[in-house]
Design a protein around this ligand. Structure first.
Ligand code: HEM
Length: 492
């Protein structure tokens, strides 16, 4: 078994000779200028440090730390020192893209270099550009297809199960992820394959399978950050990419062969399919007789993780919040009835109709803002950095943004009713910020708006418990509630 360490250089010991080791240590201390690091929160048990409080009581634990140590402090969890950045300095982290980077910290949890080994780092770094050039600038063009897919998927996964009586659905996330995956599959690999159950299942399951890696306690971080997940993936003990790559290769091959034949048959009159797959084939000038299918499939898998789990999480939260707050439903229903007047005979809205879903969009924004993470947006320090308050962090350190600190601040809690859900801001950082702020946020918000528009028009929904269902916490990370929801068809 081989385990790859992307930053192995910094972990190589010079020798086992004790004299050499001591000299090396002294030399390192002398050479390294003393950093004015954020205060490390006191702990009693060596090795364990703050791991227990961080895992089981993060909200109270971090509140206490902030009270005692101020806006930036460090904690010792799973064998690593991590710096927690509160509301005063979080914008500094998000706006200084020369000093902080999201992707590298994420690699530590999800080892993409091992999971998607056929695509290469350059392709990975190119992903935002590719999506911007081929999808995000064509949201209007894809809007009709997005809506049709959402309609048919809602029909398939909800409508067909709700007959004359109300029906209870548990864990909406797993149902919503399939609905969200359908338009994404349509835009990524084409109309035809998005109708295939196996394709939609792969789009939905790859991201939820990867989420399991996020939930595994990182016991081996004491030796090397991310080591446990690297072992699990590289040994094949848990590598969801293998199964999903094989499925994608099957369908991508099917498409490529079909397109090749049709192009040869119809020549100039061939109707070129519009989707990301075709865009990639043309942009990269792929030779049809020598296609690197594993690389193409890995590219799709990378896009999936960025787009599906995130959107489904937001959508499931908004759905649960709607069911938990029946007092808002009538007003939102009236707005959607008005918007529906703009629909064509197939129920498809013009793209501009999104501008008229102001209340729904505002509801979604509020639900996204209150996603409920205590800590989020881990960033790696790219170069030695000095905060505006003089505290310093060395290169390769990891910071976590204390998002709950922002939500707890009364002054930042005002609700911006006229601000679109996609607008990032000081109290709205679900999509990150600065140069690397999520470029897919408009795509995601459009999808959630169109989905909920449909739900509100068609169904009455409420929680089975009759109470507000909050988020499910897993350490400092929030997930949508899995509690039961009652869905009933509206009587028109
Ligand atoms: C509610 C849904 C979504 C959430 C919460 C979300 C969140 C995020 C966050 C937090 C980042 C990192 C930002 C930073 O470094 O400051 C990010 C980056 C990114 N997201 Fe999203 N995202 C969502 C939907 C999507 C969708 C649908 C796509 C694609 C179709 C997408 C594509 C990307 C890409 C390509 C990046 C990397 C940007 C870069 O490195 O410059 N996201 N997203």
């Amino acid at each position: 078994m081989r385990i790859y360490f992307p930053h192995a250089k910094s972990y190589r010991l010079p020798s086992k000779d004790p004299f050499y080791c001591v000299s090396f240590y002294i030399l390192k201390r002398v050479r390294k200028p003393k950093f004015n690091m954020p205060p490390l929160v006191r702990y009693k048990i060596p090795i364990i440090g703050h791991t227990y409080s961080y895992t089981f009581n993060s909200e109270e634990f971090l509140k206490q730390c902030k009270k005692e140590y101020g806006g930036i402090f460090s904690i010792y969890v799973w064998g690593q020192v991590r710096t927690i950045v509160g509301k005063e300095y979080s914008q500094e982290v998000l706006s200084r893209d020369d000093a902080f980077y999201f992707g590298k910290a994420f690699f530590e949890i999800i080892p993409y270099d091992l999971l998607l080994k056929h695509m290469g780092l350059v392709n990975m770094l190119n992903m935002p550009k590719l999506l911007k050039e081929h999808i995000f600038c064509k949201l209007n063009f894809y809007s009709e297809r997005m809506q049709k897919c959402l309609h048919s998927a809602t029909q398939k996964y909800i409508d067909s199960n709700v007959h004359d009586d109300p029906k209870v659905f548990d864990n909406m996330y797993f149902l919503i992820i399939k609905i969200i995956s359908t338009p994404v599959a349509n835009v990524f690999i084409g109309e035809e394959e998005s109708k295939n159950d196996e394709v939609v299942a792969t789009f939905a399951e790859f991201t939820s399978d990867l989420s399991a890696l996020i939930k595994i306690p990182p016991f081996l971080n004491f030796f090397y950050p991310g080591l446990l997940n690297r072992i699990l993936v590289s040994s094949g003990l848990y590598n969801p990419a293998i199964k999903h790559r094989n499925i994608l290769i099957k369908y991508i091959k099917n498409q490529v062969c079909k397109r090749l034949q049709e192009k040869a048959k119809y020549g100039d009159s061939w109707k070129r399919p519009d989707d990301l797959l075709q865009d990639i084939i043309e942009q990269e000038n792929i030779d049809f007789n020598n296609v690197n299918y594993p690389s193409l499939a890995d590219k799709m898998l990378l896009f999936l993780f960025a787009s599906i789990h995130t959107t489904s999480n937001g959508c499931a939260n908004a759905f649960m919040d709607l069911a938990s707050h029946p007092q808002y439903i009538q007003e939102l229903y009236e707005e959607q009835l008005e918007v529906h007047k703009e629909a064509d005979e197939n129920g498809v809205l013009p793209f501009e109709a999104l501008d008229n879903m102001k209340k729904l969009d505002s509801f979604i924004r509020e639900s996204l803002r209150l996603t409920g993470h205590i800590l989020a947006l881990d960033h790696s320090v790219l170069k030695d950095y000095t905060f505006s308050n003089g505290l310093q962090l060395p290169k390769d350190h990891t910071v976590k943004i204390y998002v709950d600190d922002i939500y707890q601040d009364e002054l930042l809690q005002h609700v911006d009713t006229n601000v679109p859900a996609s607008k990032i801001g000081k109290n709205f950082m679900l999509f990150g910020g600065g140069k690397h702020a999520c470029p897919g946020r408009h795509f995601a918000i459009n999808e959630i708006n169109f989905f909920l528009y449909n739900i509100i028009l068609k169904y009455n929904i409420c929680t089975k418990s009759g109470k507000i269902e909050g988020r499910r916490m897993y350490s400092p990370t929030a997930y949508p509630s899995s509690s039961g929801i009652i869905i009933e068809k509206r009587v028109k």
